[in-house]
Design a protein around this ligand. Structure first.
Ligand code: SF4
Ligand code: SF4
Length: 231
């Protein structure tokens, strides 16, 4: 069976890509040259742009390109023609059926929405862990140190990556040492304390907004002046 010829501009683009990209893109390869994942499983941002410009939306959405892409944006900044490659890649992620989104990313986004952090760590375990690791910090280097959880009026509120409390506590302790040395007034929220917006990675705008809103709500609730996301 012969394939229908592709007519530029005749299809409604799910990716909302301007068909003029087919003319605008010089195929110069500057994007591919600066992309850190060019060549991984055939990845090439120039090819992705061409697919979108030709109306091959479904093919791009269901390809691995948008997921191999790290969303770093180097291609878009380097493109001499202003082609919005980063926006296209993220849009393509968002258009993938949710049950076909790569497992760890989808699971992270859903767990974060349901339980407040990507690993689903319960509040009591988290607070207890902070107290224990804070106690170690006090014993090892910092007399009088403790982790001020839910301290209203602290100047700085800090988010924590969910891999840190149980897996990589040293990453938290770097910051704690700085706070201690600087006599900083700081705090950590006992709930929804993770700053990673997993919806950014899964391409899900509503999830991304909700996760960002929670972090901001914590800062407002505790009346912090500065929000630090050291993740
Ligand atoms: S850098 Fe821009 S113009 Fe050059 S190939 Fe990539 S998308 Fe096309
Ligand atoms: S945003 Fe994606 S395609 Fe562009 S340079 Fe980064 S990894 Fe490559």
């Amino acid at each position: 069976m012969s394939q229908e010829p592709i007519k530029l501009g005749k299809r409604e683009s799910k990716l909302r890509v301007d068909p003029k990209w087919a003319d605008v893109c010089l195929t110069c390869g500057t994007c591919a040259g600066g992309c850190p994942v060019t060549g991984v499983d055939g990845m090439d941002p120039r090819k992705a742009v061409r697919m979108a410009a030709l109306g091959l939306d479904d093919e791009l959405i269901n390809s691995r390109f948008p997921w191999i892409c790290t969303l770093c944006g180097r291609c878009e900044r380097a493109c001499p023609m202003g082609v919005e490659i980063l926006a296209m890649m993220r849009k393509a992620r968002g258009l993938r059926d949710r049950d076909k989104v790569p497992g760890p990313i989808h699971k992270g986004a859903m767990m974060s929405m349901q339980r407040g952090n990507n690993l689903g760590i319960p509040k009591d375990d988290f607070v207890q862990l902070l107290a224990e690791v804070g106690h170690e910090e006090m014993d090892e280097c910092c007399p009088g140190f403790y982790v001020p959880v839910d301290k209203v009026g602290a100047r700085v509120i800090t988010t924590i990556n969910s891999k840190e409390p149980f897996g990589e506590p040293e990453d938290m302790r770097f910051w704690w040492k700085i706070y201690y040395a600087a006599h900083e007034s700081w705090t950590v929220s006992s709930t929804e304390w993770e700053g990673v917006t997993w919806g950014l990675f899964s391409g899900d705008d509503e999830t991304m907004k909700e996760q960002a809103r929670r972090v901001l709500d914590n800062a407002r609730r505790l009346k912090a002046e500065v929000l630090l996301l050291p993740e």
